[in-house]
Design a protein around this ligand. Structure first.
Ligand SMILES: C[S@@+](CC[C@H](N)C(=O)[O-])C[C@H]1O[C@@H](n2cnc3c(N)ncnc32)[C@H](O)[C@@H]1O
Length: 293
């Protein structure tokens, strides 16, 4: 087990400016990894395995897979997500009628009444469910879709539900994704199953960002509908993959214990938490040399 303190792609004390990362996801995703994108890119450039299958078993807002596909850093990407509402969005964008979704977003007249009508309706197709999900994600507190969340009241600058509803920007992202979606596969289901299927594939590269519910803080509990996870099983699986992997977790004693138990290497990286607090997260890899070379 090795624990090292920072390296690429920035100085240890410097937090990556997310404004430098190309925004490709239509979601504002709680626990999203936009801030980690430069790390993932420098890792993949180090591995030089551009014919690999990049697998993201806990896709959420999907910024990592989208970036990898957009930048041609792997020959194909497989995104997996268990939450049926998030899955409806990816199904529509990756293999369905993304243009319908883009038009629905562009033509929607946002008001509390109209939003409530959409949210309370029973969607009659996957693409309508996708629209309902994007709408809720954009007008709910923190983009949180789990039970207990609700519509923004004040939002940014008192703009309420309008503060994160950018129809043109979201529609443009869908169009951008449509240009490279032939390199992406989306699977609605259990990430564990897909990891298992690719366990012995040396050409698979895994990016694993599960709900953070292994430490005492259990930060992921209120963020996701599916937050319960067998973390020990996940560490055990990852320690047995033939291909390379990167896993991210909160910086906690419980996670360090799992790393010790499964003899996995990690680095501690800085990020900005809510209220602009500097926090650290752990990047766990099969081989951490890329980060120190
Ligand atoms: C930390 S979030 C991923 C965030 C993502 N990396 C991003 O940048 O947006 C974890 C995700 O895993 C999903 N999830 C939970 N259990 C799952 C499972 N067994 N299989 C697939 N997805 C799962 C949750 O719904 C959530 O969207």
């Amino acid at each position: 087990m090795t624990q090292l303190n920072l390296l690429l792609p920035t100085h240890p004390d410097k937090i990556i400016n997310v404004a430098q990362v190309k925004q490709l996801s239509p979601f504002r995703y709680p626990g999203g990894k936009t801030w980690l994108v430069p790390w993932v890119k420098s890792w993949l450039l180090y591995l030089q395995q551009f014919d690999a299958t990049f697998i993201e078993p806990f896709a959420g807002g999907g910024i990592t897979s989208l970036t990898v596909a957009h930048d041609n850093l792997a020959s194909r990407c497989i995104m997996i997500e268990k939450d049926e509402e998030i899955a409806a969005v990816w199904q529509t964008i990756i293999s369905g009628d993304w243009q319908y979704l883009a038009d629905r977003i562009l033509n929607f007249n946002l008001s509390y009444e109209n939003a409530k009508e959409v949210i309370n309706a029973q969607p009659n197709s996957a693409s309508e469910k996708a629209f309902q999900t994007i709408l809720r994600n954009r007008i709910y507190h923190g983009g949180i879709l789990a039970n207990g969340s609700g519509m923004l009241k004040n939002g940014e600058n008192g703009k309420g539900i309008h503060s994160r509803w950018y129809p043109e920007t979201i529609a443009k992202r869908l169009k951008t994704i449509s240009l490279f979606r032939n390199r992406v596969e989306f699977i609605g289901g259990d990430g564990f199953e897909i990891i298992n299927q690719h366990l012995n594939d040396p050409n698979a590269i895994f990016f694993v960002d599960p709900p953070y519910t292994a430490s005492k803080k259990k930060a992921g509990t209120r963020l996701y509908r599916y937050h319960k996870l067998d973390h020990d099983k996940l560490f055990s699986l990852m320690s047995r993959t033939q291909g390379h992997f990167m896993m991210t977790y909160d910086d906690s004693a419980e996670i360090e214990d799992y790393c010790k138990k499964y003899n996995l290497q990690y680095v501690r990286v800085p990020m900005t938490g809510t209220h602009h607090r500097k926090l650290f997260e752990l990047i766990i890899c099969d081989d951490i040399n890329w980060a120190i070379s």
